[in-house]
Design a protein around this ligand. Structure first.
Ligand code: FE2
Length: 354
């Protein structure tokens, strides 16, 4: 019997003044965790690029090319960007956020009815991280995780029943994001000198590419300088799309420093994930990132990970993008093997640092 995970929300609302040691980050990390509101105000130094997608399919070649060029450059230099004029209405995005926030505003006992079973392979549902490595390290967040596209692969029985708009708003958002994914992948394909639909096909196409939503709920933290909401990682996905409730938290590791993402109104943050980095042989970057927490405001974010099927596809740099001068930087691996490899490497690093 696996004991139930400690909900961070319960811990936060219990009134504790200091956080349990499992949430305290290792010494080296503590040196660079600051106050996120102060960090967000900083204007000096590099900033996450904002890409205006208005012209992405413009009939005017000049306008179209300029927009596509900016998107490709941001994908190559940063691997993360704020997308504006992305074509998904503010009204729908507000509904998605309201639905998720309403669900999380339910008492913990109500949410527990949706608790996932981390001992099984189905991790869909309400959850919190269980310590799964030697350090016992935990993160300051609870989440709700579920597959949102393709529609025939969804399990609507585990989706939140409260509020009633949850399924409709989230489904419509997923459908529109799937369209945006195709557009972005086609621009990235052309940018590599490939056929327009090549990356889309390489990640599984309409049938196999899976969109998984993770609503991250970061309660107020009494000692935010000691904890992280999500520890530093790169996304394994092809692309990740992120919404948030305008509370800062996301940091990107760019040129040796942690850069805090500003809260850009009506934007969707997009990450290039490891999958596209591998296929492009590193021409597009999967950037290291993490989330800070704070003492004043609950932060909520909605990540949609666009992922290739676990076993069906071997991911490796596409032959057209490798050459003698640019040999493959990544060995062939299935998506599952890639995830396994990252876990293995992390465990080794942990053991090595003891
Ligand atoms: Fe991430």
């Amino acid at each position: 019997m696996v004991s139930a995970a400690q909900r961070v929300e319960s811990l936060s609302s219990s009134g504790i003044q200091s956080i349990p040691k499992e949430y305290v980050r290792p010494e080296e990390e503590l040196k660079n965790i600051g106050n996120v509101f102060e960090e967000e105000k900083k204007d000096e130094g590099p900033q996450v690029p904002t890409i205006d997608l208005k012209g992405i399919n413009s009939d005017e070649p000049g306008v179209r090319e300029k927009c596509r060029e900016e998107l490709k450059r941001a994908a190559a230099e940063w691997g993360v960007m704020h997308l504006v004029n992305h074509g998904i209405s503010d009204e729908l995005i507000d509904r998605v956020k309201k639905a998720g926030q309403t669900f999380f505003s339910l008492p913990v006992e109500e949410k527990e009815k949706y608790a996932n079973d981390q001992a099984s392979t189905n991790i869909q549902g309400y959850g919190s991280k269980l310590a799964n490595n030697a350090s016992g390290q935990l993160e300051w967040q609870d989440y709700f995780f579920h597959l949102v596209f393709p529609e025939d692969k969804r399990d609507l029985s585990i989706w939140p029943k409260i509020p009633t708009d949850y399924i409709e708003a989230t489904s419509e958002y997923a459908r529109l994001l799937r369209g945006l994914t195709t557009t972005i992948l086609s621009v990235l394909s052309l940018g590599l000198g490939l056929e327009e639909d090549r990356l889309e096909r390489e990640v599984g196409g309409l049938e196999e590419l899976l969109l998984q939503m993770k609503i991250n709920y970061y309660p107020k933290c009494p000692q935010p300088e000691l904890a992280l909401g999500v520890e530093a990682h790169t996304d394994v996905s092809a692309l990740t799309f992120l919404l948030h409730n305008m509370v800062p938290g996301l940091q990107l590791f760019y040129q040796g420093n942690w850069v805090t993402a500003k809260c850009v109104p009506n934007s969707i943050i997009m990450h290039i994930g490891d999958t596209v980095e591998i296929l492009s042989n590193g021409k597009y970057k999967s950037i290291l990132h993490r989330s800070l927490v704070n003492e004043e405001k609950v932060r909520v974010s909605w990540a949609v990970f666009c992922e290739p099927p676990k076993e069906k596809i071997i991911l490796k740099p596409l032959p057209e993008v490798v050459s003698e001068a640019e040999p493959p930087l990544f060995p062939p691996r299935t998506f599952a093997q890639h995830i396994e490899h990252k876990l293995f490497r992390k465990t080794q690093e942990l053991n090595g640092s003891k």
